[in-house]
Design a binder for this molecule. Structure first.
Ligand SMILES: CC(C)(COP(=O)(O)OP(=O)(O)OC[C@H]1O[C@@H](n2cnc3c(N)ncnc32)[C@H](O)[C@@H]1OP(=O)(O)O)[C@@H](O)C(=O)NCCC(=O)NCCS
Length: 177
């Protein structure tokens, strides 16, 4: 399953994915128009890609995009739901309906974590927000994210990004080199 870096021309896909993340429980609680008018939602994507943003896109073998994950640092005075500290990017993840349950979500997360450790200035931590009841929490936990707080009905989770050195040395994620 091919994964490539997310680029400026992926904005529409990322907007679709953001809508899926907001509508994770299948109830279609939000429309695209509502999200476009919601300043909390637009901050995850406005001006994509800005300095410091990074992301990945999953595609079918035929090159059709099926999901994405990206990370952005939001400022303390305009934080995201999963804000923990300045300089800790918050990630957004989603796989389009009809393509779930085939490993794309896990592959996207692995690629995003690898991209974080491979940045010119490696990103030591990633955060996210996951609403209570979303089974995605199992994916995050299995990748090493731990809950660090609660924001409304959502958990904030953080991952200490494994350094490239520890991987090259054969270390487990999170192990010290
Ligand atoms: C969460 C999501 C990205 C996972 O992507 P996916 O391609 O379906 O996931 P994968 O096939 O890679 O499976 C990864 C893990 O996801 C977990 N998982 C996620 N959603 C699940 C669901 N609805 N039911 C069961 N397990 C689920 C499982 O633990 C699975 O673990 P496994 O690999 O041991 O089976 C996808 O279901 C999605 O886009 N959901 C709606 C948007 C959303 O919730 N985004 C996250 C917001 S915090």
């Amino acid at each position: 399953m091919p994964i490539r870096p997310a680029a400026a021309h992926d904005t529409d896909l990322l907007r679709q994915v953001l809508l899926e993340a907001y509508n994770w429980d299948g109830d279609r609680r939000f429309t695209a128009e509502q999200l476009a008018a919601d300043p909390h939602a637009t901050r995850y994507l406005e001006g994509w890609p800005q300095d410091g943003d990074f992301g990945v896109v999953a595609e079918t073998g035929a090159g059709e995009p099926v999901g994405a994950a990206w990370a952005r640092c939001l400022p303390e005075d305009r934080p995201g739901y999963g804000y923990v500290a300045p300089g800790v990017p918050e990630l957004t993840l989603g796989v389009l309906p009809g393509h779930r349950g085939r490993g794309h979500g896990r592959a996207l997360m692995r690629a995003l974590i690898q991209a974080a450790s491979g940045r010119p200035v490696p990103v030591p931590r990633l955060s996210l927000s996951v609403e209570g009841g979303n089974p995605a929490v199992r994916l995050y936990t299995s990748l090493g994210f731990v809950p660090v707080g609660r924001n409304g009905g959502s958990d904030t989770m953080v991952l200490d990004v494994p350094s490239r050195m520890s991987r090259a040395a054969g270390g487990r994620p999170g192990s010290r080199p």
